[in-house]
Design a protein around this ligand. Structure first.
Ligand code: FE2
Ligand code: FE2
Length: 275
């Protein structure tokens, strides 16, 4: 797999040439445009074009146009283009992914990424982690579900239980999210947290079945914040459960689904106690 080029390998672009450079134009638009390629030869076959109001339906239509096949199978090999994202535009790419997270929330009328980010930040602070680690956890939790952009909307918003095939698709979203983050060098430390946010302390999670402390601490924190947000936010397709009932669920999953220490810190926060 081709590695990300060093900054020094990249062409420098004079201000006067910027208007002519397609990469600059791409990232300066209001829309989010993510270059993707669907084979292993690292060739752009199209641009994922998103407008905030249309996500994820618009994105999916584009992808279907590109592949001509149902994305449930084709997307397993989806890769983000590794090409020369200009170093000064790395931040723009990061911002584009943040907008993507907001757009996905808009589809089900929630503020799930912000909520998860807020709780993860508070847990990390409560645990006394360092500033840099807290910053990474905050960003990772904001971006944790961006891979859902390639999960069909009818699956994401289905009120009833999911079929096995539908679960198989959902279970790919941490991997897709991590793939979308690959071109941004600034997200290197954050990506593993997104990739592992559905791992479970007992080893029963996905995508890799990691267990206990083999799961990055940030991902264990996001898992608790994510679960709490999912339980307490009212989605357009289902009602929330109460904070008390959500606490009971966290306690039920303490040591199995969740890191017990992280749950204890979350419970302390919810009771208004500082540990
Ligand atoms: Fe998720
Ligand atoms: Fe989530």
């Amino acid at each position: 797999m081709k590695k990300y080029p060093n900054d020094s390998d990249l062409p420098t672009i004079e201000q006067k040439d910027q208007d002519k450079n397609p990469w600059v134009q791409i990232f300066q638009t209001q829309n989010l445009m993510i270059p993707i390629e669907l084979n292993t030869k690292e060739r752009i076959v199209g641009l994922f074009v998103f407008e905030n109001q249309d996500l994820p339906v618009g994105g999916q239509r584009h992808l279907l146009d590109i592949t001509g096949t149902p994305f449930t199978t084709q997307l397993a090999s989806m890769k983000v283009f590794y090409g020369p994202i200009i170093p000064s535009l790395q931040k723009n790419y990061e911002m584009a992914l943040i907008k993507l997270a907001d757009s996905i929330d808009k589809c089900d009328g929630s503020m799930h990424s912000d909520e998860t980010s807020l709780w993860a930040l508070r847990i990390a602070e409560q645990m006394g982690l360092g500033r840099e680690e807290i910053k990474q956890i905050k960003l990772a939790s904001k971006l944790h579900d961006i891979g859902k952009v390639v999960v069909p909307r009818q699956i994401l918003t289905k009120p009833g239980p999911l079929s096995k095939d539908e679960w198989d698709i959902i279970r790919r979203h941490p991997g897709y999210g991590s793939t979308l983050m690959e071109p941004a060098k600034s997200l290197e430390a954050v990506r593993p947290l997104v990739h592992a946010h559905h791992e479970q302390y007992s080893g029963a999670g996905y995508p890799d079945g990691l267990r206990g402390e083999n799961i990055p601490l940030g991902a264990r924190i996001i898992a608790v914040a994510d679960a709490f947000s999912t339980m307490t936010i009212r989605r357009i397709y289902r009602n929330s459960i109460s904070v008390e009932a959500s606490k009971m669920e966290l306690i039920r999953g303490r040591g199995t689904q969740f890191d017990p220490d992280v749950v204890d810190h979350m419970l302390a926060l919810l009771s208004g106690k500082n540990k």
